[in-house]
Write a protein of this length. Sequence first.
Lengths: 197, 583
Amino acid sequence: MKTNNNVVTNVLLSGVGGQGTILASNILTEVFLGAGYDVKKSEVHGMAQRGGDVTTHFRFGKKVYSPLIKYGDVDFLVSFEELEALRYINWVKDDGKVIINEQQVLPPAVNLGLAVYPPNVEETFKKFFKENVHVIKGQDIALKLGDVRAANVVLVGAFSNFFKFKEETWIEALTALLPKKIHELNIAAFKEGRKAL
Amino acid sequence: MKVATAYPGTPSSEILQEMTQYKEVYAEWSPNEKVAVEVAAGAAVAGARAMASMKHVGLNVASDPFMTLAYTGIKGGLVIIVCDDPFVHSSQNEQDSRNWARFAKVPMFEPGDAQECHDFVKLAFDVSEKFDTPVLIRGETRVCHADSPVVLGERKESAVPLGLDPKTAPKYVMVPANVRVRRPIVEQRMKKLEAFADKFKGNKMEIHDRNIGVITSGAAYMYTKDVFPNYSYLKLGMVWPLPKKMLADFFKKVKKVIIVEELDPFLETEIKALGYKIWHGKDLVPTMFELTPEIVEKSLKGKTYKAPKVRVKPEDLPRRPPNMCPGCSHRALFYSLKKLGAYVFGDIGCYTLGVAPPLQALHSCVCMGASIGEAFGAGKALGQEGLGKVCAVIGDSTFLHGGVPPLMDTVYNKGYSTTIICDNRITGMTGLQEHPGTGYTAAGEPANMVNYPDLARALGIKNVRTVDPYNVAETMEVIREELNRDEASVIVTENGPCMLHRREKRKFQYPYYQIDVETCRGCKACLEIGCPAISWQEVSEADSMTKDGKKRKGVVSINRSVCPGCGLCHQICKFEAIVPGQA
């Protein structure tokens, strides 16, 4: 049998609706498409537009077939919320890398006192992935820059360290996607994120 | 293409939304899928290329014109895009639309990624005009909601001239004598399409390992190819009719054949009927819910499949079920209905979430517009026993889609059920699309706006009321009066636009509400509305008394950044512990 030499890298972005996972995945698309990779991206969300969990499957390689990542094959888990990171912990390869935004958005059952928000998410990840776990204070960094909504771009900045592209390549991608009046904020958020990992 | 029509529905809504940016194409949101297909058909009969898009259940609604258009044929190309929802991410059933192609005797294409969507639509118009037939294109969630690079082509105008020719009229006039002329043409056309299928560019054979060959299509091909890159493949871009010569060739070239398809054993049944023996198909691959790379691998490998290790049991984690937005007017309405103990026949839209705990206020939800007919029917069955209880709850867009005929029936045949139109000024659930009641077209131009009370009165409803759903006491009183009336009634909610609506916003009196922690008794009454902004925590012994000396186990808090200040919880609190916040 021939071996499969088509290496595809799998990035799973997870979060809660409204956290900006889709913009983050669009930045990745710009960068990797621009670099000549085949890219497939698939958004997975439930019925409601707000409050539900949202994941984006982002895959790049020489040739990508499936828009969905195979369970257990995630190379990079980029999570915008701690519980939503934990929900996908089994998806990550043993040597996969994990970036978690330090934020907890309480789900309804926790709000109603019917369930407990899982404690020690960071420790749980470190038990399995050791030094490959990176917790980023996305909210704090974005807030310091003036707008908590830029936390998603902080995470993209942190994630960018895993690839050889120049800083300008990422900044070009994000400025191409965002309205001009928030360029300055998001460039700063990206740079801070890049330093944070 | 000149004309594009659609009614929104997941996962098809984005198609028409994107079409509105092409100024050379007339693009409309139609009131329902049947109208969408009829408008597109009219344009096609007049010689233009036209397209109607919808979700899988939309074609049920449009099936009446669709089934007969297969007989009349077209003039300009007519393409109907129907998008399936395996796993029922956002639908009321999981039907497999490929069955429509066989049923109606029309060709169906099935793209597997964005580039194929682009290419197949173009080919579909050519095939439509060449064979004088509507062409179906089947989408599904993982094709519709996936992005991948597309190389665009040049826009080419159709060679078909515009205009209606009286000489060709009998072809389009489906009276029995003309139908009998068209009927054999339909069968002859299928034979020609079968021959064409063998030459169709979208049907591809990839021969690698000759021991195992997979026959598949669409997203299922993408998953299987990913997991088993070395197998041989026959990827069908056209799933109806099947390419018979190509199939014969493939069965000669490979030893054992597996069929991997999502939902029904459609290909399997047809291929077996041609006399072929397959190695595996639906004996291994599930017939329900969507496929994924993992499911394909697990199904085909069986016992040799190695599952990734489980580090945390996902079932132990709290879920994030879909919920109405904070401040949503439907929440207030359903709270009132629950308190009244009404028998609520629900409909398709965000308000279907009224079924979820803690509101749990729905008794039925079937399809677009069904609430009104069902409520009327239930009233007929229950008689006096149901009086004071039976109502239908339907959104504005859904009411215009399929609610008018059953409302007419309710008043005509002397029903007593109450119809509540919860008007949030937009098609909410599918992502804010315009409809005939919003006053704007798909392109954003001002347009006629349906007036619901006037429409109800025109149908003959004498009791037409409007309510402010955020005023719980008033809303409950009006609903109670109308439920108890032995005549058909209509209640329209006013000033409750969708919280995500950009053009229309409800102005609440206060920017948010907050808890007076000293007063809150922790009675949990405000938790009954399931508002995402409200949470409950236990208190320590030191905090177990209110300021007026009442014992309590916990207190509630309101997340200021989430609370829009709708005031529903404020009205529910009996202890005045929920108070307005200041900006």
